[in-house]
Design a protein around this ligand. Sequence first.
Ligand code: 13P
Ligand code: ZN
Ligand code: NA
Length: 281
Amino acid sequence: PLMTTTQMLLDAQKNGYAVGAFNVENMEMVMAVMEAAEELHSPVIMQTTPSTVNYAGLDYFLANVRTAAERASVPIAMHLDHGNSFELAMQALRAGYTSIMIDGSHESFEENIRLTKSVADACAPSGVPVEAELGKVGGKEDDLDGGAGGYTEPSEALEFADKTGITSLAVAIGTAHGVYKGEPKLDLLRLSEIRKVVSVPLVLHGTSGVPDETVTECVSRGICKVNYATDLRIAFTSGVTSVLKEKPNTIDPKKYNAAGKEMVKEYVKSKIKVVKSEGKA
Ligand code: 13P
Ligand code: ZN
Ligand code: NA
């Protein structure tokens, strides 16, 4: 069924695992994520960025995820990823998204607090959880270039969480959106320091390309939600491409989309194991 991320993330925090959050961009990706979670008895989060929302509308993606969630026995949440304005956050809330991120990390500390608190206050009455980001995750998260990263300061994270009333916090500890050029170097000690002072569940962004052992280590240090986007695009496209390469005359979209879907499903299943949520639903 469709639910919020509140209980999902608190359960994860309490029991030392994380919930995978996978960016979906079409119906087949939604089906793939749902089937992977269902087969591994895992809770799962599906999410869309503003550019994905612009492509088809909040309602189209929510309808797909709602249908998947109704068919599933495991908990599924629909999350707005990197919400970039108060208005979009409110549109997602009204549409029926069950979890919302407001990303004010490009603003000053004070303005990030103001924007984040306004969204958290507006979502609180309906019990919809709000994720925010402090510090800068590097790379290109959407159509927006995040630029070089400034890491999250533990003392600021505490003040930020207290003043905004957020229910989860995305941390900048060296990950970047997109494909990494070299091996990413994560500041794991910083993560532990943040976890010591901040009580809300922590979120890892930019996880495509981070070695699985490193992700698992982050989970053991307090990460409760792990975001994957770029690798799902790559998986879907490679499935489609392989069919069209082998049989260039294929004209039935179901044929190549099914191959894309299978690739995404296998990928998501492998990451559900990495974040240790298998069997938690
Ligand atoms: P990647 O594209 O690097 O997996 O990052 C995903 C993400 O953080 C979505 O918010
Ligand atoms: Zn992100
Ligand atoms: Na990445």
